[in-house]
Design a protein around this ligand. Structure first.
Ligand code: SF4
Length: 448
């Protein structure tokens, strides 16, 4: 059981030095108990106390990593019921199902889709992360051959799916270095699968028939020394699976109930035969509260909306997506090229830079740090007026890159043009379009 704030306080140095960012050890203890502080913020905790406090400061839903290297997927680690309370931490992984009974051509085309279906959006690459390899044949050698093939042809993380420990062992033989998720330990095979998971240091999924059985199963796996667990309540209807997700999240967060404090796996592929309905099921569990969502297939028309939805839900609501302040060169500008200004809200940046690219007019785009706010919002908040823009123009280095002194500002802040000319002597301030779509026509007519 997690420690209370007072219990944590008893383990702290009680010097009230304030180095952790709050004035007293008691305040720090309360923040730690509420999950609002990191244990590492106090440099004076003894090793003995740290061991005990690790338990208290651990997220109520254990973070679990599947895979290795850059593409490793971290799921779980959630601390809130609702995004607006703080933020959701780790986006659910999306998996494509591949069975060892599928024809080679079908397997190849699924692997190809898995690799190819990726999208650039506001500077991020959106793509699915997992392949779920299912042994339907019951043939150990066939399954091992499938795992070997997938490992060689895909950098996606792997889920090995069988309730037969011998099949899982064969799959591990082919890809244990990729740290796959073993799906699944059940009440009948828990001990054998736990041994496999321990020997290979791989995470394991616990599959049960209902939450009571799941609680017993995760407790048993924990007793075997397995920590990295993903849970499956066994529900295969949208309603039951949704109810289970809510109960699991509530139990973990509000009751600090450790046996359910793990990320979940959802089989959207088993909840509908229709691709679009399946996508809707997946969307439901992206919002609440899937850790991994398995789909029967990846198709652009259903995958892309899911990836965008996932990105939107898992951004920090208190921190807008922002681009780094600076000078961006678009299409190879020279000393005569136009100079445009915009804010560092990512969406604004990508719209403006995209339209500049469309115009085929080489340009410099100056991106001012507005704390991730759009042009109008930043201006209204006093973060994108002449008093902040002028110092930025002076120090950003654009004067060394162009011969002219003409600055194109967004049409939405036309009102700043007069003051900007006063604060930037020698510069001509030109008012650009209000809408990004009008930038190409404006630039084509621009003369330095
Ligand atoms: Fe107490 Fe540690 Fe914070 Fe200092 S840094 S006030 S010792 S909790």
């Amino acid at each position: 059981m997690p420690l209370t704030g007072i219990e944590i306080f008893k383990l702290l140095p009680k010097t009230n030095c304030g180095e952790c960012g709050v004035p007293t050890c008691l305040a720090f203890a309360m923040s730690l108990a509420a999950g609002r502080a990191e244990l590492s913020a106090c440099p004076y905790i003894t090793d003995e106390a740290r061991e005990k406090l690790d338990e208290a400061s651990a997220p109520p839903i254990r973070p679990v990593t599947i895979g290795v290297g850059e593409r490793a997927l971290k799921v779980g680690g959630e601390t809130v019921m609702f995004r607006h309370e703080k933020r959701f931490e780790n986006p659910p992984g999306l998996a494509i199902l591949i069975s060892d009974t599928m024809a080679e051509a079908e397997i190849d085309s699924r692997l190809e889709r898995c690799q190819k279906l990726q999208y650039e959006r506001v500077g991020l690459t959106l793509r699915p992360e997992l392949v779920a390899l299912k042994c339907d044949s019951g043939d150990v050698a066939k399954f091992e051959a499938l795992v070997t093939k997938v490992k060689q042809n895909s950098d996606c993380n792997i889920i090995l799916m069988s309730e037969n420990p011998d099949v899982l062992k064969a799959g591990l033989k082919a890809c244990s270095d990729r740290k796959p998720l073993l799906y699944a330990a059940t009440k009948d095979n828990a001990e054998q699968v736990a041994v496999l998971a321990k020997d290979s240091s791989c995470p394991v999924a616990a599959k049960a028939d209902g939450l009571d059985e799941l609680t017993e199963l995760t407790s048993k796996l924990t007793q075997f020394g397995i920590k990295d667990i993903v849970i499956d309540s066994g529900a295969r209807t949208l309603r039951q699976a949704f109810e289970d997700q809510i109960i699991i999240r509530r139990a973990a967060l509000e009751k600090k109930f450790r046996p359910l404090g793990f990320p979940t796996i959802i089989f959207a592929n088993e909840m509908s035969d229709n691709q679009m309905k399946e996508a809707m099921v997946a969307a439901t569990f992206i919002a609440k509260y899937g850790g991994i969502i398995v789909l029967s297939d990846f198709q652009g028309e259903s995958l892309f909306p899911l990836l965008v939805m996932r990105m939107n839900i898992f951004t920090d609501p208190q921190r807008p997506l922002a681009t780094t302040e600076g000078i961006y060169e678009i299409s190879g500008p020279d000393e005569n090229s136009p100079v445009l200004l915009t804010s560092n809200f990512s969406l604004t940046y990508f719209i403006v830079s995209g339209e500049i690219e469309n115009s085929r007019v080489p340009c410099y785009l100056l991106v001012r740090d507005t704390e991730g706010l759009s042009v109008m919002t930043a201006w209204a908040a006093g973060k994108f007026g002449s008093d902040t823009i002028a110092p930025f123009i002076k120090k950003c280095g654009i004067v060394d890159r162009v011969k002219h002194r003409k600055l194109i500002i967004p049409g939405y802040i036309a009102i700043e043009s007069g003051e900007l000319e006063e604060e930037l002597p020698g510069w001509e301030i030109m008012v650009g379009p209000r809408e990004g779509a009008h930038i190409p026509a404006y630039l084509k007519a621009w003369k330095s």
